[in-house]
Design a protein around this ligand. Structure first.
Ligand SMILES: Cc1ncc(COP(=O)(O)O)c(C=O)c1O
Length: 388
């Protein structure tokens, strides 16, 4: 890999050489048949990854554009949504909904914990909710959404399930054909970005709508958006030689290669691999006296928010670790200075993560917190051995 540093923040994630190579291919016109074939393939493979019979959209934009596209095409101004928030990114739906005149109601968990499905059930029982937003892995807390518990509850009340997969897609199970109990209890919308578990540089917004979600779009007379109105993009997604807005040609090359890698490994294997990586990283760091904010049962497989042991200065720790070539992220909001966040997703490998565990141990020792690197590395190898 030509990367000089290990980018272990919770996205963007390390980009592999074949993706860089694809991205550096000659820029062609967006209606050039050679580019059109690649775009078509990338769209088709996105459909395969999410296993949907609906429509997928792959456009320029970050994850936030994908959130916006998901919301404005399913919920009209004046309609009501329930936001199930397990952190900073769950909360983002509040402002987003308000910006479009959507009535928002929210259930927020304590940071590090999951929302209680019974509370969601009670809330939805009041009626009138068009959709519920879930954040599959909240990047601020490392908490996963319990889809097995939440989707049946939401569907019982007839609301749409909008799933933010920005920090989960291609690593956690988001099979849109999967039924959660009843035959129509499925995830209706998955939205994501290119830069996390998909392993491609930032810049693409990806959204998939199932038939139920598309029927919701049909009922909205006027979507309060232009770029994000899926009806403007639908002809292009069916035939990428058509034009609505110029696609990011080189990023699509990169994404096509990223999708090839995802499908080559297969979603089944990727889910198992990410589970093993998450467990192994957290277990190894626990040997250093560090604990994850989320309990293991609630923890996302893609990133972890790790609380420092007493006496570790956040800025000093991350700067010293960065000097060793390992980049991790600080924590958000009230956890700033008390924790750091480490990504273990996408094209990150067990070898990279093992090295990161070593470097974290070295850094702690240098900062005067004496730890056993051998024990932590042994623990990492033991946990990860199920997949390597
Ligand atoms: C879970 C989640 N949702 C949404 C976003 C917003 O994505 P972006 O920063 O690409 O706009 C992020 C960004 O980290 C995220 O982690």
């Amino acid at each position: 890999m030509r990367n000089e540093e290990m980018l272990l923040i919770p996205g963007p994630t390390p980009v592999v050489d074949s993706i860089y190579d694809a991205m550096a291919s000659e820029t062609r016109g967006h209606t050039d048949p050679r580019f059109v074939a690649i775009y078509k393939n990338a769209i088709e493979n996105t459909r395969k990854m999410l296993n949907t019979d609906g429509e997928v959209f792959v456009i320029s934009g970050s994850g936030t554009i994908a959130m916006e596209m998901a919301l404005v095409n399913t919920v009209a101004a004046g309609e009501k949504i329930l936001i199930v928030s397990q952190g900073y990114f769950g909360d983002r739906f509040i402002k987003l909904g308000e910006a479009f005149g959507i009535e928002v109601d929210v259930i927020q968990s304590e940071w590090g914990r999951q929302v209680d499905p019974d509370e969601v059930d009670r809330k939805l029982a009041a009626g009138g909710y068009k959709a519920v937003t879930l954040t599959h892995a909240d990047t601020s807390t490392g908490v996963a959404a319990d889809l097995d518990a939440l989707v049946p509850v939401i569907k019982k009340h007839g609301a749409l399930v909008i799933l933010d997969g920005v920090c989960a897609t291609a690593a956690m199970d988001e099979d849109m054909s999967k039924t959660y109990g009843d035959s129509d209890a499925k995830i209706d919308v998955v939205l994501t970005g290119s830069q996390k578990a998909i392993g491609v540089p930032p810049g693409l917004a990806i959204v998939a709508f199932n038939q139920t979600a598309l029927a919701a779009r049909e009922k909205i007379e006027r979507v309060p958006a232009y770029y994000c109105d899926i009806y403007n993009w639908l002809p292009i997604m069916h035939d990428p030689s058509k034009y609505f807005a110029t696609p990011p040609v080189n990023l699509i090359y990169a994404y096509d290669e990223g999708m090839r890698l995802v499908l080559e490994e297969g979603m089944g294997k990727r889910v198992i691999r990410h589970n093993a990586f998450g467990k192994a990283v957290r277990a190894a760091l626990s040997e250093y006296g560090m604990s994850a904010l989320a309990d293991e049962e609630a923890a996302a497989s893609t990133l972890s928010c790790i609380l420092y042991p007493d006496g570790v200065d956040d800025a000093a720790f991350r700067a010293a670790l960065a000097k060793k070539g390992v980049i991790v992220a600080g924590a958000l909001a009230h956890l700033g200075g008390k924790a750091f966040r480490i990504g273990h997703m996408g094209n990150t490998t067990d070898i990279m993560l093992g090295q990161a565990i070593e470097k974290i141990g070295e850094t702690l020792n240098e900062l005067g917190v004496k730890v056993s690197i051998e024990k932590a590395v042994a623990r990492f190898k033991e946990e990860v051995s199920v997949v390597v």
